[in-house]
Design a protein around this ligand. Structure first.
Ligand code: NAD
Length: 339
């Protein structure tokens, strides 16, 4: 017998081959019709949607007021984000048009936290350079000098799911952890984490790792002013959202040798670059090119989430969110439902 979900089509945007593999595999138990578009969702591509009441979007899809009005005109009822962050969706507009919005609140906090630590270790111990060097039969150590993480102060901005997982890794390395969040986590305090104001965290940290969402309070949380109070040679890691960092100020601070290391998995203008193979193209974005010219900057292209476990959870939770919304008009996991 045909499953009831077979009458519902989900239109996916910004689809990569791995999305298709994981969603098709786990959809076997749900039985939705799946339609995959490679392109990002925007005001032009919204016209691709036909006879579909559900769209599934990712981090760089544009789901603003104008796109939502078009989605409503096409009788879309559910916007399912297959990610945790939702800064790209105008929730007020969705509410106005009676469109439900859901997300995957915590698919694998460890995936992102472990990538943040991988960036720290790479920047510090320069394994990316050593890898290439020994392949050229250059076994010298000059230029590879690092520092012990043990005993260093790591400042963590945002101690939610990912921040918390990251803090535990940092504690495992023997670091002193300072944290800033709008809500203090008592369990982390018991583990020795000290919550401070943001200014103290910026002043005292050897490494700063960002794990807060992007919103009006956190946009450009790293700017010329906050950079000015930081320690010389500070390491800044951003695996959260590009808009947390004012890129031009951080470039100035890198040139002045105030920032000693920068690791970014996200970038404010990433939607034009990330998730695409542009190796044969001329990149027109001079800012990312300038960033990538520094020897002490490591850029990864929004890959922190990219583990087997995370993709499994993303597919399962997204399909389950949609099914619950269809069947019960609500989602058991409250934090998954945004509108
Ligand atoms: P979460 O909601 O569990 O945690 C966010 C934390 O930030 C909460 O504790 C919240 O209180 C805190 N916060 C809110 N406003 C703040 C402020 N003004 N200052 C300091 N802290 C504040 O979210 P999460 O699952 O830990 O994810 C964090 C972010 O990581 C997401 O918003 C998303 O942007 C990003 N992310 C990136 C990737 C990637 O692949 N690079 C993957 C998943 C999530």
């Amino acid at each position: 017998m045909e499953k009831p979900s077979a009458t519902y089509k989900i239109s996916f945007f910004s689809t990569q081959p791995y999305d298709k593999i994981f969603f098709e595999k786990y959809n076997a138990d749900f039985g939705f019709q799946l339609e995959f578009f490679d392109t990002q969702l925007n005001l032009k591509t919204v016209q691709l949607i036909s006879n579909s009441s559900i769209v599934c979007v990712f981090v760089n899809d544009c789901v603003d007021d104008a796109v939502i009005a078009e989605l409503a005109a096409k009788k879309v009822e559910i916007i399912a984000l297959r990610c945790a962050g939702f800064n790209n969706v105008d929730l007020e507009a969705a509410k106005k048009h009676n469109i439900r919005v859901c997300r995957v609140p915590a698919y694998s906090p460890q995936a992102v936290a472990e990538h943040a630590m991988a960036m720290i270790l790479t920047l510090n111990r320069k394994t990316h350079k050593a890898y290439n060097r020994v392949r050229e039969q250059n076994f010298s150590l000059n230029g590879l000098l690092g520092f012990d993480l043990f005993g260093k102060t790591i400042g963590v901005v945002g101690t939610g799911n990912i921040g918390k997982a990251f803090v535990k890794i940092a504690i495992g390395f023997g670091c002193r952890v300072l944290a800033f969040d709008v809500a203090v986590d008592a369990q982390l305090e018991q583990l020795g984490v000290v919550y401070s104001d943001l200014d103290t965290l910026f002043k005292e940290s050897d490494i700063i790792s960002l794990h807060c969402p992007l919103n009006e309070n956190t946009k450009h949380i790293i700017d010329a002013q906050s950079l000015s109070v930081m320690k010389k040679n500070v390491m800044i890691i951003n695996t959260s959202r590009g808009g947390l960092i004012e890129t031009s100020s951080v470039i100035d601070a890198l040139k002045e040798e105030k920032v000693g290391y920068l690791g970014i998995d996200v970038y404010e203008q990433e939607e034009k670059l990330f998730f695409k193979d542009l190796s044969a193209d001329i990149i027109k974005d001079d800012v990312i090119q300038r960033l990538m010219s520094f020897p002490n900057v490591l850029v990864t292209a929004h890959q922190a989430f990219f583990t087997e476990e995370a993709l499994t959870q993303i597919a399962l939770v997204t399909l389950n969110n949609i099914q619950e919304l269809i069947q019960k008009n609500s989602i058991e996991n409250q934090s998954a439902l945004l509108v």
